[in-house]
Write a protein that binds this ligand. Structure first.
Ligand code: ASP
Length: 412
């Protein structure tokens, strides 16, 4: 058996056994030694090594992506953003349809929730924040603080000028190509730890939270989000992929399984990025240009799972507070949930924070604070699992985008 497929099987087994071990260890006072071992191996070592590679890989892959293509960048950018925008909107619509059909919030008791401390941001605030991030003030501090978006912007700018001065910059361009190869090899070395890392990450989550959470009072809400994610990730995205590529999308999903399982284990699109680039270029043979541009941008901007989740969550809270939403509010939710997903960073729980924007917009439209922002506390406890599922759909959406764009405008 090829080493690649053997590793895929190990990662899959790690996923299953992590859940089983976590379920067995789960109790009111989880074993401290197990938790600290899972934290050390899963978070400090495996996740730490992946995070170490994000920023160098973002910068280098974007520069290699841009300098590898001699033309067509404008079209690639336009197609990418059309794909990102339309798939996020489709995801939101699926979420809204399901939540209004299933009505998980009707009759849900809202009296005894714990209000968390949340910074209130408006839609305008999130937009300004995005612009602020897009224009890097000091690229070195952005590199050191690990913010992918400004690094992407700087790298696109830098890459375009390198391409324009291709003749005199040949040495720099080949330096970046070599760096890309070395970084990909580093990813492959880190991935040797993936089975152990994923096992520990999942075992820790399940040990702490337990699986019975699916059957508790928020079960119907979790079911609505999960069903929406399954429909979008399992049917809609594959159908879109098939329409544009005429290839079996599930075979593609199998090729990128390491990235999907890493997303599930880490709840972070950014931490999964090195694995996504590796699977896309090495296993699915997507060109370095397309993967190098679509995946880094997608990991911070394109979040289908988060958009769907935010829409369901806000309508759920509205239902729980006895508010009937009209067409105007649903439309506002569709737009702001998409914007809030774009504004969410590719890190755990980011979507929960940007959801405040959607709640504020609904309140503003209704002219009163009908859903208190602090009501997010109601769904806080079950967010850990939903974050795993939506991050997987976020990463899958990026990969499907890269596949489609690579097919309809092959560059290399
Ligand atoms: N954790 C998600 C991601 O990294 C973002 C979110 O919280 O929805 O893609």
């Amino acid at each position: 058996m090829k080493q690649e497929s053997r590793q895929g099987i190990y990662i899959f087994l790690a996923l299953i056994s992590g859940i089983i071990v976590g379920a067995l260890l789960h109790s009111d006072s989880p074993p401290e030694l197990a938790i600290s071992t899972f934290t050390l191996l899963g978070e400090t070592i495996f996740l730490g090594l992946l995070k170490m590679l994000i920023i160098p890989l973002v910068a280098v892959s974007v520069i290699v992506g841009i300098t590898s293509s001699s033309s067509g960048l404008g079209r690639l950018g336009t197609l990418t953003f059309i794909y990102f925008g339309s798939t996020m909107l489709i995801a939101v619509v699926i979420g809204l349809l399901l939540v209004t059909l299933i009505n998980p919030g009707i009759g849900f008791p809202t009296s005894n929730y714990i209000a968390p401390e949340l910074a209130v941001t408006s839609a305008k605030g999130i937009f300004e924040n995005l612009i602020d991030q897009i224009i890097p003030g000091n690229i070195f501090s952005e590199l050191s603080s690990g913010n992918p978006l400004p690094v992407i912007v700087f790298s696109i700018f830098f890459g375009i000028l390198l391409s324009i001065h291709r003749k005199s910059s040949e040495n720099i361009i080949s330096l970046f190509r070599s760096l890309f190869h070395i970084l990909m090899e580093m990813v492959q070395v880190v991935l040797i730890l993936a089975p152990l890392g994923i096992f520990c990450l999942l075992a820790k989550t399940v040990t702490l939270v337990g699986l019975s959470i699916f059957t508790e009072s928020l079960g119907l809400y979790m079911l609505t989000v999960t069903l929406g994610l399954l429909i979008h990730g399992g049917l809609i995205l594959p159908a879109i992929a098939y329409i544009f590529t005429r290839e079996n999308p599930y075979r593609f999903a199998f090729q990128v399984k390491k990235a999907l399982i890493t997303a599930l284990g880490t709840s972070s699109s950014s931490a999964t990025l090195p694995v996504s680039i590796e699977c896309a270029t090495e296993e699915a043979k997507i060109s370095k240009t397309t993967a190098g541009l679509v995946l880094p941008v997608g990991s911070t901007v394109n979040m289908d799972g988060t958009a769907l989740y935010e829409a369901v969550a806000v309508v759920f809270l509205a239902q729980a507070f006895g508010v009937t939403l009209g067409g105007a509010e649903l439309f506002i939710i569709a737009i702001t949930a998409t914007l809030a997903a774009v504004g969410a960073a590719g890190i755990p729980s980011a979507g929960l924070v940007t959801m405040v924007v959607v709640i504020e917009a609904v309140n503003q439209s209704l002219g009163a604070v009908v859903i208190p922002v602090a009501a997010v506390g109601i769904i806080l406890g079950v967010d850990r699992f939903l974050d795993m599922f939506r991050t997987t759909v976020n990463v899958w959406g990026d990969l499907v985008g890269a596949k489609i764009i690579d097919k309809i405008m092959p560059i290399e």
